[in-house]
Ligand binder design. Structure first.
Ligand SMILES: Cc1ncc(COP(=O)(O)O)c(C=O)c1O
Length: 400
């Protein structure tokens, strides 16, 4: 395992992150805290827009805004033409899904139990209503999507395999590459929702073997809200006809015919916040400079420390499944609704998340869970913050 960031490196990074002074943040999986330099990159572009005119500032800053695409490609080990810049995870995943060929009655879509509720909504609205069938791939004893069970389900009606790599409701890490080997072997399109993985894990799309992978800028990457990235494998692009095009994604030729862009930008829209793209570029640069191996090792060390101490608090049930774990920690405190725990902590300046069924309905229902408290760490998380969260939870537990 690569070495985590040193405590002095973390101290420096915290000093460069204004939010660490005003909040004890355990909701990095909802959205993390941007660095001062990322904020400054956003502000600087807004200033340029105000001074030069937004269209003119956009032209002048093109190199900077486009650097986000090149950096995203570097982050995922993809080619620049395989990256679309989006406004979030769902906008990218949904654009790719809606661009697939028409669904036919009897088509099968196989999904992991942890699939994000928004992706399920897309699949149900567009595919199931056209007669396609959505089926859940069995999980193994640890709760992970089972690649062998997936292979046993395949036939020539399977048109898509969809995996949420790091579920939103806990610390499980699905075996994305093992699923990818099955998808490649049988030449079945493979979509990965990597909203929680991008910026948290080293990612190599070539090694994973996916056709589409979506990520959000605001989570582990620490980019601004309203940013995201989408990878589409070059050889897969021809299968995608966007449901919606504009002057950017499909400009008209001299005969007035729309010409789809030859690369992943066919899934982008013409109008965007370039200020946010400048911020995203900065966040990507910072993540690459720190190194994804060191980021992963630091998040893992923080998550393990918190998980171990949490489990020792009487009444706390840590709910994370899987063999390998992420920086998301799901738990419940006996006798306390997770939303109430969240509110009580917020009153003390400590931020956690709490999820109901709709974000990960298949998994929550399979495990009989109605709500979970979710504490998510970053490499920025300090030992002092972990102690504050644990102390506050012990007090809430004692008062019951
Ligand atoms: C696994 C997963 N997928 C998708 C999303 C939705 O991302 P966005 O709000 O950027 O569309 C989230 C958000 O928490 C998530 O955790």
């Amino acid at each position: 395992m690569p070495a985590p960031l040193t405590p002095s490196a973390v101290d420096k990074l915290r000093a460069l992150t204004p939010g660490t002074r005003s909040t004890v943040h355990f909701n990095h999986a909802g959205a993390s805290l941007p660095s001062a330099a990322t904020l400054q990159a956003v502000h600087a572009h807004l200033e340029r827009e105000a001074a030069q005119g937004p269209m003119e500032a956009g032209v002048a800053s093109r190199e900077l805004t486009e650097s986000a695409r090149a950096l995203a490609a570097q982050l995922l080990n993809a080619q620049v033409g395989e990256i679309a810049l989006t406004t979030g995870n769902s906008s990218g995943w949904g654009a790719a899904f809606a661009a697939l060929p028409a669904w036919r009655p009897g088509d099968r879509i196989l999904v992991g139990r942890h699939e994000w509720g928004g992706n399920l909504a897309c699949m149900r609205l567009h595919a199931q209503r056209a007669g396609a069938v959505l089926e859940t791939i069995p999980s193994d004893d640890s709760g992970c999507v089972d690649a062998e069970a997936l292979e046993a389900m395949l036939d020539d009606r399977v048109r898509l395999i969809a995996l949420t790599w790091l579920p939103a409701n806990g610390g499980l890490i699905n075996p994305a590459a093992a699923i990818g080997r099955v998808a490649r072997k049988h030449a079945i399109p493979y979509f990965i929702d990597a909203a929680q993985a991008v910026g948290q894990l080293p990612i190599d799309v070539a090694q994973i073997g996916c056709d589409v992978l979506s990520g959000a800028g605001r989570k582990a990457l620490r980019g601004p809200r309203g940013t995201g990235l989408l990878y589409v494998r070059r050889e897969f692009l021809d299968q995608l006809t966007p449901a919606f095009v504009d002057t950017h994604s499909a400009p008209l030729d001299t005969d007035g015919e729309p010409v789809l862009r030859p690369d992943a930008t066919r899934l982008e829209s013409a109008e965007n916040s370039l200020a946010l793209r400048c911020g995203l570029a900065n966040a990507l640069r910072e993540a690459l400079d720190l190194g994804l191996d060191a980021i992963r090792a630091s998040i893992d060390a923080n998550a393990q420390a918190l998980r171990t101490e949490l489990a020792a608090i009487p009444g706390v049930d840590v709910l994370d499944q899987g063999r390998e774990r992420s920086g998301l920690i799901a738990f419940n405190l006996a006798g306390h609704d997770a939303a109430v725990v969240q509110r009580k902590l917020a009153a003390q300046g400590i931020v956690i998340g709490s999820n109901g069924v709709p974000y990960t309905p298949l998994d929550m229902e399979a495990r009989g869970l109605t709500r979970i408290a979710r504490a998510s760490v970053s490499y920025l998380t300090s030992a002092g913050e972990i102690d504050r969260l644990l102390d506050a939870l012990r007090k809430i537990a004692d008062l019951s």
